[in-house]
Design a protein around this ligand. Structure first.
Ligand code: ZN
Length: 315
């Protein structure tokens, strides 16, 4: 009888779920709506019901599901304790215990979503051929995860891999969402990319395809950069420099084999990796070789793959 694992990625609006035959990349994927705040207690029941319905639909017995892994958007300690998840209104609990109970007692493991996505790329994606990797996701915010010897480094407080809040510009006057100033997230997130581009548009007379938009997104900046738009390329230069500073620190701290770059901003592709490479060459001189930069392969599914890998560790 085939055995299955569930990989669950809890987001602010939807919960992505994947059912994986053990040891295989193929999966059945679907989504449900996330319950939050006052209804948060029902979230685990929703997930368990949805998985049980899917097993029935696929003609699989309940007992074939051996373990589940979950990624949550908040700091999760190595022992699985979640201190606070602002987006969901969830704090001071062991989410694995809650879901395990709802799933009839099977083992469940929980991690921070960015760490879990990093484990996904390390197990099934762009870094599957190496043991030590680091993944940075340049999305609405900047999340990252460090994988050493195939395992997530979460730390005693779940702060491991919080590269998005490395200070890269102490002279910044605008505050980051975390309350600090000059964090990487303020420049290298999709929001940060748009902010840099808008600043350049306001401060210069440069001709740019971006001027035809009333408002634009990071994707538009990436598209214009690929067409050779000078202002969009300058935006990537600023972003790449700050990302280069942060990654040079991360490289010198854990020396990974591979750095995986994902999220919306990574759509800029080779222009982004080339710019970051240039700054890494500028900031790292103590070694002849260093981590290779690669683009993420699993897209938005990195979380469910990583959660499945987390579940496999329990068996
Ligand atoms: Zn910050």
């Amino acid at each position: 009888m085939k055995e299955y694992l569930a990989g669950i990625d809890v987001g602010g609006t939807t919960v992505k779920i994947g059912l994986f035959p053990r040891g295989e990349k193929a999966s059945v994927k679907w989504e449900i709506t996330t319950r939050k705040f006052a209804e948060i207690g029902l979230l685990w029941r929703d997930i368990a019901d949805s998985i049980n319905d899917k097993l029935k639909e696929l003609g699989l017995e309940k007992g074939t599901l051996k373990a589940a892994g979950v990624g949550i958007p908040g700091p999760v300690r190595e022992d699985g304790f979640l201190t606070k998840c602002v987006n969901l209104g969830l704090s001071n609990c062991y989410p694995a215990e809650l879901l395990s109970e709802a799933l009839g007692g099977i083992p469940v493991a929980v991690g921070n979503d960015a760490n879990v996505a990093a484990l996904g790329e390390a197990s099934f994606g762009a870094a599957k051929d190496v043991k030590n990797s680091l993944m940075i996701t340049l999305g609405t915010g900047v999340g990252a995860g460090v994988i050493i010897n195939g395992k997530i480094v979460a730390g005693n407080r779940g702060l491991g891999g919080e590269i998005g809040h490395f200070t890269v510009n102490p002279d910044e006057t605008v505050k980051c969402n975390c309350g600090s100033r000059g964090c990487l997230e303020q420049y290298a997130s999709a929001t940060g990319m748009v902010r840099i581009a808008k600043k350049l548009l306001a401060e210069t007379d440069m001709i740019s395809g971006l001027r035809r938009f009333e408002d634009f997104e990071a994707k538009d900046v990436c598209d214009e950069a690929k067409k050779g738009d000078e202002l969009a390329l300058q935006t990537l230069e600023v972003l790449g420099k700050y990302l280069g500073i942060a990654l040079s620190h991360a490289i010198l701290l854990v020396d990974p084999d591979v750095i995986v770059i994902g999220g919306g901003v990574s759509k800029a592709g080779k222009i982004l990796t080339d710019t970051v490479e240039k700054y890494l060459n500028e900031y790292i001189h103590v070694a002849e070789s260093r981590a290779e930069l690669r683009l993420a392969e699993l897209g938005n599914d990195g979380g469910i793959y990583g959660a499945a890998a987390l579940a496999e560790e329990l068996l």
